[in-house]
Design a protein around this ligand. Structure first.
Ligand code: GDP
Length: 482
């Protein structure tokens, strides 16, 4: 199956219900989200005088269904437990970097004495024979920027909160970004060595966000640590492994490789160098690969200890050379049948990229979101609200929330006081949300990002106007037009 009815309708610029009617005429009863195979889509499209080019089909077949065994034969037995992938988030200076370093050094010295670590963008540690992969770039900016590119990398977020400082603006942001991604949060209360540490104040502050510690009757895991003194780090790792066990994270190591680029750069001597986090399959030297619009063969692989490796399975980060160019962090990475296939896919993508850049259609304008709601594609309108003062933010939030109907729920992903910043825009882009600014403006960098990502930023200085816009759009488009 290559395309849903809704998606086909959108691409053809016709109403979903017209496609459904046509399918019914042909004797097929389907819903708007029903997947269609290429033949059906082609016949259907020809009824509307469209020709369907079998491009999506090619990519899907080449990339997704090309497991070594063949997609049909792959069984549940092939799924093996994989290590969790963790991102550390939190307010500036609360100890994200220190914690990443502490976990790493503690682990390296315990394992191989004198091991030289290599910063490749991710590393893995081991506790009682079980592995955990940490992404080396802390903070929600990188996390959400990746997500905006469609990359779901992180399984678990560690929220670092300094025991002597408590919940701060970026703590809130981190929570909202993690929640928007649907990623579970483990809280690490850091700097417990400080004499003025008040961990209960942190616990108290976090209850407001629904993060209630287990000893307070909630279900969020809290661990009190000191990155400085390396206190309780093993306990934190244990809790990550516990959470991972509950999540039952699995991947198929025998499939053809699918992964995500977590870092990419051009090395003077070695050419394009990328760090790949393998998500499915096992990457080997010589594999034909494609990442973004670049392709090649795996020439060399090293792990985060600078050791040469010749195979990397699910959740393992490796630094790979052999690509023709430098892809972006967050790009998908695939191993394919042969180098020709890799080249075809890469060139096809480059072509599509040029086309979309020419078209430059807005990805998430308010109008388009409502069109998609109408098509039955989405059931929620997600918004991010920024305002000049807390009071106005609350007022806008309350008024908009009241617009929720059975057909369409209005979900506030994030609110904050101050101008619209880059991370607001990337959160919106990653979540198909719009940004509403009340008496505030986007920062130049945020405006540029919104432009390139096609994120709709709506600015208001009268609450009534904001509410009226959203309500008009909802009512106008949601009215039955049959
Ligand atoms: P980040 O901005 O969240 O990455 O924070 P850093 O890791 O850079 O830490 C900010 C400051 O807090 C640095 O001066 C660290 O030395 C200090 N720090 C980090 N963890 C601890 C800790 O557990 N105890 C104490 N006393 N200081 C810490």
């Amino acid at each position: 199956d290559v395309i849903t009815v809704a998606e086909l309708a959108k691409r053809m610029g016709v109403k979903g219900k017209d496609l459904i009617k046509e399918l019914m005429r042909q004797g097929t009863m389907v819903t708007i989200n029903h997947p269609l195979d290429f033949e059906t889509a082609a016949i259907l499209a020809s009824e509307f005088n469209y020709e369907v080019e079998n491009v999506a089909f090619d990519e899907e077949t080449l990339l997704e269904h090309s497991s070594v065994k063949g997609a049909e034969e792959a069984s549940a037995d092939d799924l093996k437990t994989r290590p969790p992938v963790v991102t550390i988030m939190g307010h500036v200076d609360h100890g994200k970097t220190s914690l990443l370093d502490a976990i790493r050094t503690a682990n390296v010295t315990a394992g191989e004495a004198g091991g030289i670590t290599q910063h490749i963008g991710a590393y893995d540690v081991e506790l009682d024979g079980k592995k955990i992969t940490f992404l080396d770039t802390p903070g929600h900016e990188a996390f959400t920027a990746m997500r905006a590119r469609g990359a779901k990398v992180t399984d678990i977020v560690i929220l670092v909160v300094a025991a002597d400082d408590g919940v701060m603006p970026q703590t809130r942001e981190a929570i909202n970004h993690a929640k928007a991604a649907g990623v579970p949060i483990i809280v690490a209360i850091n700097k417990m060595d400080k004499p003025n540490a008040t961990p209960d104040k942190v616990r108290q502050g976090l209850t407001e966000f629904g993060l209630v510690s287990e000893d307070w009757g909630g279900d969020t895991i809290f661990v009190e640590v000191s990155a400085k003194l390396h206190t309780n780090l093993d306990r934190l790792l244990e809790m990550i492994l516990l959470q991972a066990e509950v999540m039952d994270l699995k991947a198929n190591p025998t499939k053809r490789v699918r992964g995500i680029i977590v870092e990419a750069r051009l090395d003077k001597g070695r050419g394009p160098v990328v760090t790949v986090l393998v998500q499915e399959g096992t990457l080997k030297i010589g594999d034909p690969i494609v990442a973004g619009t670049h392709y090649g063969r795996v020439r060399s692989m090293i792990n985060d200890r600078g050791e040469r490796v010749d195979a990397a399975g699910p959740s393992f980060p490796v630094e790979v050379t052999g690509l023709s160019g430098v892809p972006d962090a967050g790009d998908m990475f695939h191993a394919v049948e042969d180098e020709k296939t890799a080249k075809d896919v890469a060139q096809h993508r480059a072509q599509k990229l040029r086309e979309t850049e020419l078209a430059r259609t807005s990805k998430v304008s308010l109008e388009q979101l409502f069109a998609r709601i109408q098509e039955g594609d989405i059931k929620e309108l997600k918004v991010i609200i920024k305002g000049d003062v807390q009071g106005s933010v609350e007022a806008v939030r309350d008024s908009l929330t009241k617009l929720s109907t059975d057909a369409c729920r209005l979900v506030v992903l994030h609110t904050g006081v101050g101008g619209i910043i880059e991370s607001d825009v990337s959160l919106a882009s990653a979540s198909d949300a719009i940004v509403i600014g009340f008496n505030v403006r986007p920062e130049p960098k945020a405006a540029t990002l919104a432009e390139s990502e096609g994120v709709d930023i709506r600015l208001y200085n009268i609450i009534y106007d904001a509410v009226a816009d959203v309500r008009n759009a909802m009512e106008g488009l949601l009215a039955p037009t049959l």
